[in-house]
Design a protein. Structure first.
Length: 94
């Protein structure tokens, strides 16, 4: 179960880091504006973020996002594997 939990944590970290730019764009689009400026669409959010903040702007919140998704992967995959091992052991004994 510990190996599965570690794999879940690692894969969660990769997924969280890879999808952070999309999450930043989605969040800004949902907010609809940046101060007095109203976004016109996804392309506008992308262009404005890139122009004003550079590539780093797409990775705001990377650390907490990776942390929480990694933690979730650790718990969920570990719990799933532990349950699987317990069920498999009981089935074999019967």
């Amino acid at each position: 179960p510990l190996a599965a939990a570690a794999c879940g944590s690692f894969s969660g970290a990769i997924a969280g880091a890879a999808t952070t730019p999309l999450d930043v764009l989605k969040t800004r689009l949902m907010l609809g504006s940046d101060g007095d400026y109203r976004y016109k669409g996804l392309g506008d959010v992308f262009a404005r973020t890139l122009r004003q903040e550079g590539v780093r702007g797409f990775f705001h919140g990377l650390e907490p996002r990776v942390f929480w998704i990694s933690l979730g992967g650790f718990v969920f995959f570990g719990a799933y594997e532990a349950r699987y091992v317990c069920t498999k052991t009981k089935t074999i004994q019967n």
